[in-house]
Design a protein around this ligand. Structure first.
Ligand code: HEC
Length: 142
């Protein structure tokens, strides 16, 4: 892993897009055409978190989004979408700011705690979180 990263760094760093994920599970250049929240949720999130947001248990545990108190923290939601988690892929390199905002707003609208569903995440908030993650990843680089 470390060697792979090092090699990637040496060979491909100048050519990598701004958001170089430390562990890409989806190849660069791969993306989504969908632009609306419902379409993005259905295309990406529903496969693991289920269309009704109740999550699933199988080879891995896919946490429920419906009624999930952690959705009260908008930055947490944006970070999960952009950077992924332990068994959740990162989508930062395959979605632009508008798409991330649209799917995040859809998740809040459908599954967020009461009150939170009225929140409208802006592209600026997404861009700010994206920049923060890039900064962290840069400072973690070997
Ligand atoms: C390939 C399966 C997969 C896909 C696709 C996926 N997730 Fe996840 N998601 C997970 C897993 C597994 C976790 C638990 C991650 C962990 O433990 O770090 C998770 C965690 C989360 C969490 C944190 C939940 C908590 O209780 O901490 C949020 C929020 C989330 N996902 C939102 C989304 C959204 C929004 C999408 C669509 C853009 C999405 N996920 C797509 C598998 C997936």
């Amino acid at each position: 892993m470390r060697w792979a990263l090092l090699l990637l760094g040496l060979v491909a760093l100048p050519a990598l897009p701004a958001l170089a994920l430390d562990e890409p599970r989806f190849s660069a250049g791969w993306g989504f055409d969908q632009r609306t929240g419902p379409a993005l949720y259905a295309a990406i999130c529903a496969g693991c978190h289920m269309p009704d947001g109740r999550g699933a248990r199988g080879a891995a545990a896919y946490p429920a989004l419906a009624g999930n108190a952690r959705l009260a923290a908008t930055p947490y939601l944006l970070r999960m979408i952009l950077k992924g988690g332990k068994a959740m892929p990162a989508f930062g390199s395959v979605l632009d700011d508008g798409q991330v905002g649209a799917v995040a707003n859809e998740v809040l609208r459908r599954f967020g705690p009461p009150g939170q569903s009225a929140v409208a995440i802006t592209n600026d908030e997404v861009a700010t979180m994206r920049a923060a993650i890039q900064q962290e990843q840069r400072s973690q680089a070997p």
